[in-house]
Design a protein around this ligand. Structure first.
Ligand code: 0WD
Length: 256
């Protein structure tokens, strides 16, 4: 029913075992997908290789890909094409903002900080989709990660909220561009999860506490829960869904 077994799926953005991308990788691995990991810099390469080695029976391809570089993206996907030919899915789990832009007032965001964050957190999905679609000759599914701060004001999320709004709009435009080729593009709006990136967000602990107290399910979500939703979006079960954003946030988004 899932039809993910034996499919080649690229997972971008594993930094360590807390990464949401790692939760997605495990769900896909358990469903029998062949994984291809890409990581940002050599600093993370060993960490990804060590993690991938824990996936039993998985002979993952692991490649560097800094999404700020078109040459890097082109080289990475040329490498993937050479090794597997076709890909069926891509999970984009990448974002960045300077720490000083994730506290205080959004109004103080610098031009450099804005450009860098929008480049890595939003444009990269488009840059990668452009190259990945050439390898999705049997159709495919692209999934990215967003956050509620792109839909409404969330204290301290600031610049990243603006980047997520651009990412959300990109999902809609890309779904329309790629739909005729049988490629679906969707996002998951994850509730807050303690990861390396989350460390950069001011007063992150108080956000977690608020969810625990107020979200309909009265708890926070896990990497596994986001991973299983990504598996659904990669699978045939979601074949009629594109341009969509699914909140995996214990229902917090329904509150005003
Ligand atoms: O609460 C959370 N953690 C949420 C995260 C809630 C809702 C959404 N998200 C999103 C993030 O905004 C991001 O888009 O999930 C995605 C994954 O984030 P994560 O799992 O929370 O964080 P992390 O484990 O740090 O992975 C993000 C990774 C980078 O890690 P570091 O920590 O080294 O910045 O994004 C990658 C990198 O691996 N990354 C890049 N990859 C390629 N090229 C680049 C780059 N230039 N820059 C960052």
């Amino acid at each position: 029913l899932l039809n993910v077994k034996g499919k080649n799926i690229v997972v971008m953005g594993v930094a360590n075992q807390r990464s949401i991308a790692w939760g997605i990788a495990r769900s896909l691995h358990n469903a029998g997908a062949n994984l291809i990991f890409t990581y940002a810099g050599e600093r993370l390469g060993q960490s990804v290789r060590d993690l991938a080695a824990t996936l039993e029976g998985q002979n993952a391809i692991i490649l560097p890909c800094d999404v700020t570089s078109d040459e890097d993206i082109a080289r990475c996907f040329a490498d993937i094409k050479e090794q597997v030919g076709t890909i069926h899915g891509l999970a984009h789990c990448i974002a960045f903002a300077n720490k000083e832009d994730l506290k205080g007032g959004y109004v103080d965001t610098s031009r450099e900080g804005f450009v860098l964050s929008l480049d890595i957190s939003a444009y990269s999905l488009t840059a990668v989709a452009k190259v990945a679609k050439e390898l999705m000759t049997d159709g495919g599914s692209i999934v990215t990660l967003t956050y509620l701060g792109g839909e409404r004001v969330v204290k301290n999320y600031n610049l990243m909220g603006v980047a997520k709004a651009a990412l959300d709009a990109s999902v809609r435009y890309l779904s329309n561009d790629l739909g005729a080729q049988g490629i679906r593009v969707n996002s998951i709006s994850a509730g807050p999860i303690r990861t390396l990136s989350a460390k950069g967000i001011g007063e992150f602990n108080s956000i977690l506490k608020e969810i625990e107290e107020k979200a309909p399910l009265r708890r926070n979500v896990t990497q596994e829960e986001v991973g299983d939703t990504a598996l659904f979006l990669m699978s045939d079960l979601s074949r009629g869904i594109t341009g969509e954003n699914i909140h995996v946030d214990a229902g917090y988004h329904v509150l005003g």
